[in-house]
Design a protein around this ligand. Structure first.
Ligand SMILES: [Zn+2]
Length: 283
């Protein structure tokens, strides 16, 4: 094991592990991968370390920077459940106008800038801004409170492994599956109809204005101006209970329906204890 570095820089609040290592690389005038290999000679990629950091690697990086292994793990997504991985972007896709770091040299990256389930900054609570002016997370009534609740549910699952009666991250992804609208639409644009629209009708209206929608359970990180609808859908299901998942099955057919049933049947089975969905209080 290599000894600790002579000079270390403190991590910024909420900073990502690879960003912290990159700032040291800049300080020492080496490439980020060279910096990482100083502690982990076998490393092949800096980006991978944020998601796949092992306990042994955390120990060695901690020794190199003279901090605790727990602190190193806290900068990474190593503790995130597998269900969170598709919601973690590879590059920053949002920032907080109040907390975004400014500095000479490479711009630091905060963990929250990659978190595809968030609409507000975890440090100050401000709404996130996306890459374009249109893409911001200002949430309109009537489902503002539900969206914030959904954000908390997903964040508790991703960051602390906490589930309610359902795994919020998995349900959020399933809500992007196609549904069969009834009556069938005249224009035949079936991609515009997702399960989420059966819970949050505004979502159908949002997709009616989009020319494409390249999002699905495999690619669930929505643009910020659409994301609140997905978060609200998760919160509404949480309140309503398993009967609502049962209702959603009724909006599907064929293989899609089978896939959805396989993912949710174990959550629906205690449905008798829950009764019918309760009336939602959205505001
Ligand atoms: Zn902030």
């Amino acid at each position: 094991m290599t000894g600790p570095l002579p000079v270390t820089l403190p991590p910024l609040p909420g900073e990502l592990l690879s960003s912290w290592i990159s700032r040291h690389a800049n300080f020492y005038g080496v490439t980020p991968l060279t910096m990482l290999r100083h502690g982990l000679p076998e490393a092949t990629s800096l980006g991978a370390i944020d998601l796949s950091l092992t306990k042994a690697q955390a120990d060695r990086i901690a020794a190199m920077f003279g901090v605790s292994p727990k602190a190193v793990r806290g900068l990474s997504f190593a503790s995130a459940p597998k269900a969170a991985h598709r919601f973690i972007a590879k590059t920053p896709m949002q920032h907080c106008a109040r907390c975004a770091p400014t500095s000479a040299g490479p711009l630091p990256v905060l963990r929250s800038e990659l978190q595809g389930w968030r609409i507000t900054c975890p440090l100050c609570g401000e709404s996130f801004q996306g890459k374009t002016a249109r893409d911001c997370s200002q949430v309109h009534a009537p489902y503002r409170a539900a969206a914030w609740r959904g954000e908390t549910l997903l964040d508790n699952h991703a960051e602390r492994g906490v589930e309610t009666w359902f795994p919020a991250l998995e349900i959020a992804r399933l809500l992007l599956m196609r549904r069969i609208p009834w009556p069938p639409p005249r224009d035949g644009d079936l991609w515009r109809y997702r399960l989420l629209g059966a819970i949050v009708p505004d979502f159908d209206a949002i997709l009616a204005k989009e020319t494409t929608f390249p999002f699905s359970p495999k690619h669930p990180i929505l643009p910020l101006h659409i994301r609140p609808a997905l978060l609200a859908g998760v919160a509404i299901i949480d309140r309503a209970g398993p009967a609502m998942l049962n209702m959603l099955q009724g909006h599907m057919m064929g293989d899609n329906k089978n896939r959805f049933a396989m993912a949710t049947d174990h959550l629906i089975s205690p449905v008798l204890e829950w009764g019918p969905p309760r009336q939602m209080q959205l505001i």
